[in-house]
Design a protein around this ligand. Structure first.
Ligand code: B3K
Ligand code: ZN
Length: 900
């Protein structure tokens, strides 16, 4: 049992709780400096537990009084330390009354009960409830909650908690109350309250069963013109879950509340979702297309948790992916279904995989690598990771690929039938999928227990005389932190074969049963080495492997450039079309990077440019898809392919490729720019979004052309912009324009004029939006990630009056942009970027450990960098490690990095 800070918790040590809790009645007397919390719980001994004592967790609480079964608890009957309250020899049935006092205004961790802009909010996942009262704060303790809120009516006119409002009224002294009851059992991490000055947009809807439900989106006054998209997204989510999974909203009321100080995106508290403003507020003036898409997916995500996470929850935090991987999969499917078209789905899939490669592959290869179901942690908040979420979603998607649409649904139905209102494990989910489909998924468990990104080597042989084709797979998985030996995974590999005309051939495989005429076959690779034989293959095919990215693996295959161009031009699987383009680019980027390092001249072949130009000019393809193809692999993607990371060489190589593309395709890019203007009323639909994305990408390429005419194009777009996507797109093009760094004196005046225009635009933007916090975040991000922003400029920006470390969005907007998205400057040769990083991690640590721990991750891959950079990084890491009062959140990250 955990009673000390900074110790490692292991999955294998799980034991059931010593007591079950049936009911929790809470009373809050809300006051920013001294909130009183009374908690009456009824408990009964769990006969399956060997633990005799009752251990309640508590952090930073002032215990006012404790009574057991009506009697004041003798001081000898319990023991309190910094993290827990231990009751010795309690009877089997207990009514416990606990009164605590807390100080929400001082709570800058934004975990537990805190104040933001004068209003009260809570965040209890994972272990924030223990900052409110002493409790068995663990997800397998599920109880029914009733909550009474009392506060000054003028200052806090709105009082919200989970479930249904059952009573409200006046109290003496200008105070009032509201009583809430949640009809469903829930773990403490789903508890929430909100109190303050808020207004709402509300709508009533009819559910599938005919029941009515009230939906509300609560925001601060002045933001009601930005709630419609969140409301629409909520309704779409509710109807989608009814339709796709037969899951209906189980409450009469469902609330979303926006708060500007929040550690993450949003939180799925039962019936009372609390959201970062970033994922609620939108209108054309302030939000980009990406913001609109983000809101839809996060609103969906939190709503879908109502079943996957809330009705069926996690037994312990090692099972986090049970709810997160599944819910990410569900929100991805929701967003894809909202677009509806196949090409739209593919674009979403590409974006998801891009993100997986950008963040999860590096995590899986670095010091923080962990399986989807981790074996241990020091601070659980550090494991709300891309592995648990995004790789976890890929794992769920593999069930879907293996079992099919119907089979997956059967598995889900059985999962709810077996486990409604229970706290369960990833194994329970796998068992439901297997049992509902009569499948053996024993080996599939390795996706939960083994970390690391598997490598899948593919080789092929064609026998023209026999008309047979063989595909051989060899799988392996690199050693990861604490895991050296890996066993083979169960990998679904979706495969197609293209003929010379680019059409799909119909497939007949000896090892894998399939319907006749199928052109995509899911091969199940389960062994270290495995061969699949195809018959009746009339000509030598080009294989399309891992269609739609059917498993989170790295495929190694010897394609020729011609094969890749063929796939890029013809593959019926849009994902693999895109993938072929990325392979063509990556191959060249790696060569260019090596050439930069060797001091050799840089060259780019026309074959690649031609392939890109064909895609760019193919107007039968969606603009959104073309934009994805034209977007080069990121610096991080390139870095992951290298043994030693040299960020400056990567930057030069990537920049060279972009300018060569622009040099050759300038006219095509201009045409793409002009033919994708979206005039008229702003709409964030998939088609318009795609057009704007392609147009803005073309604009950014054109800035590689060091001429004032292309810069003017951006400047004019800035001035005429009618929506935030175009405005920020233009500003981003301007700030990164090549003309600003032209060295020759001939272009001196043009450079000066451009700089003046940029400075003016940045000022204009700031003034126009200084009252829109989320827009000012964008303004900081733009500058934090601009190629021209060096450490010195960063130090100036940090002193800007609008900058603050206490608001996570603001802190992230500038600092994370610099440390994670401005590699050439962050990795300054003199180590000054790392020194700045260390200062900021230390400062943030004192305010908000969770945000600090995220920033601490920026040096995860330090061992892969050039020796000189490594040396500087080590110094910075050690500086943080030896600073005073470093939280366990940050220490866990730093210690793991240093141990790598
Ligand atoms: N479950 C929350 C995340 C809680 C993070 C705690 N550090 C949001 C989500 O995944 O939906
Ligand atoms: Zn979630």
């Amino acid at each position: 049992m955990r009673t000390d800070n900074n110790i490692t918790i292991f999955r294998k040590d799980y034991t059931p709780p010593s007591f079950w809790v049936d009911t929790v009645e809470m009373g809050f007397d809300l006051d920013p400096k001294a909130t009183h919390v009374t908690t009456r719980t009824t408990l009964r001994r769990n006969t399956d537990s060997k633990e005799k004592e009752l251990v309640l967790f508590g952090e930073g609480l002032k215990l006012v009084q404790i009574r057991m079964n009506g009697q004041k608890l003798a001081r000898t009957a319990y023991q309190i330390d910094k993290h827990s309250l231990r009751i010795f020899n309690p009877p089997d049935n207990i009514t416990l009354d606990i009164e605590t006092q807390i100080n929400p205004i001082k709570n800058t961790s934004l975990n537990g009960l805190y104040v933001s802009n004068g209003n009260f909010f809570t965040q209890c996942e994972a272990e924030g409830f223990r900052k409110i009262t002493y409790f068995q704060d663990r997800p397998d303790v599920m109880a029914k909650y009733t909550v009474m809120l009392r506060a000054d009516k003028k200052k806090y006119p709105v009082l919200l908690s989970n479930g249904n409002l059952i009573e409200e009224g006046k109290l003496s002294g200008g105070r009032h109350y509201a009583k809430w009851e949640d009809p469903f059992k829930k773990p403490s991490y789903l508890f929430a309250l909100v109190a303050g000055k808020l207004v709402c947009q509300e709508e009533k809807i009819k559910l599938k069963s005919g029941r009515k439900a009230l939906l509300q989106v609560w925001v601060e006054k002045g933001n009601l013109d930005k709630t419609q998209h969140a409301m629409d997204s909520l309704q779409n989510s509710i109807f989608w879950d009814e339709q796709r999974f037969g899951l209906e909203l189980d409450l009469d009321r469902f609330m979303i509340v926006a708060v500007s100080d929040f550690n993450m995106g949003a939180m799925e508290n039962k019936g009372l979702n609390i959201f970062n403003t970033k994922y609620v507020l939108a209108n054309a003036k302030v939000a980009t297309d990406a913001d609109y898409a983000g809101i839809e997916s996060v609103v969906g995500h939190e709503y879908f948790h109502n079943w996957t996470g809330n009705r069926v929850t996690c037994r312990d935090w090692f099972q986090l992916s049970l709810k997160e991987g599944l819910t990410v999969f569900r929100d991805q499917e929701f967003s894809a279904d909202m677009i509806g078209t196949n090409s739209g789905r593919a674009v979403n899939r590409i974006a998801d995989v891009r993100m997986l490669r950008q963040a999860q592959f590096p995590e899986d290869a670095g010091p923080m690598s962990h399986p989807v179901r981790p074996e241990s942690y020091v601070e659980i908040n550090n494991f709300y990771s891309v592995t648990v979420y995004e790789k976890g979603a890929e794992v769920v998607r593999m069930y879907y690929t293996l079992l099919g649409h119907e089979g997956f649904r059967k598995g889900m139905d059985l999962y709810f039938k077996r486990h409604d209102e229970q706290a369960v494990t990833c194994d329970d989910f796998r068992a439901a999928m297997a049992d509902a489909n009569g499948r053996d998924l024993t080996q599939f468990e390795r996706w939960y227990s083994q970390a690391g990104t598997p490598r899948l080597k593919v080789s092929t042989t064609y026998d023209a005389a026999k008309k047979t084709y063989e595909i051989s797979f060899t799988q392996s998985c690199p050693a990861t932190a604490g895991q050296s030996k890996k066993l083979p995974f169960h990998i679904p590999v979706a495969v197609g074969l293209l003929n010379a005309a680019g059409q799909d051939m119909s497939l007949k495989c000896q090892e894998q049963a399939n319907p006749t005429d199928s052109t995509t076959l899911v091969l199940e690779v389960t062994k270290a080495k495995q061969v699949f034989h195809f018959t009746n293959v009339k000509e030598r095919p080009t294989p399309s492997i891992l269609r739609n990215f059917s498993a989170p693996v790295e495929v190694e295959i010897n394609y020729s450039d011609e094969d890749l161009a063929h796939l890029l031009a013809h593959d019926s699987d849009a994902f693999n079309r895109w993938e072929a383009g990325q392979r063509l680019a990556m191959r060249r980027l790696l060569k260019l990077t090596a050439a930069v390092q060797a001091g050799k001249p840089l060259e780019l072949d026309t074959m690649f440019i031609d392939a890109l130009s064909k895609t760019l000019n193919d107007t039968t393809l969606d603009a959104a898809f073309r934009e994805q193809v034209l977007t080069l692999p990121s610096a991080t993607n390139i870095a992951e392919q290298l043994k030693v990371i040299d960020p400056h060489a990567i930057q030069t190589a990537r920049h060279f490729m972009r300018s060569e593309i622009t040099r050759h395709l300038k006219d095509d890019l201009l045409t793409a720019y002009e033919s994708n203007l979206t005039n008229g009323k702003y709409s964030p639909d998939a088609e318009s979004t795609g057009k704007r994305a392609l147009k803005n990408l073309a604009l950014s390429y054109l800035q590689e052309w060091p001429q004032d005419s292309t810069f003017d194009l951006a400047h004019i777009q800035y001035k005429n912009a009618k929506n935030m996507t175009d405005r920020i797109g233009a500003l981003s093009s301007m700030i990164n324009a090549a003309i600003l760094s032209q060295k020759d004196s001939a272009s001196k005046s043009a450079r000066k004029a451009a700089q003046l225009a940029l400075d003016g635009a940045l000022k204009d933007f700031y003034n126009a939006f200084k009252n829109e916090a989320l827009v000012i975040d964008k303004w900081f991000t733009l500058q934090g990630s601009a190629a021209s922003t060096d450490v010195k400029k960063m130090r100036q920006l940090l002193k800007h009056p609008a900058f603050t470390l206490t608001n996570p969005n603001r802190a992230r907007s500038l600092i994370f942009a610099f440390c994670n998205a401005n590699p050439a400057q962050f990795h300054a040769a003199d180590g000054s970027g790392y020194a700045l990083w260390a200062d900021l991690v230390i400062q943030l640590n004192a305010i908000n450990p969770q945000v600090a721990a995220r920033l601490a991750r920026s040096l995860d891959r330090w061992k892969k960098y050039t020796p000189a950079l490594q040396e500087h990084m080590k110094t910075a890491l050690e500086k943080v490690a030896s600073a005073k009062n470093i939280s366990k959140d940050v220490l866990e990250i730093i210690n793991k990095a240093l141990a790598a």
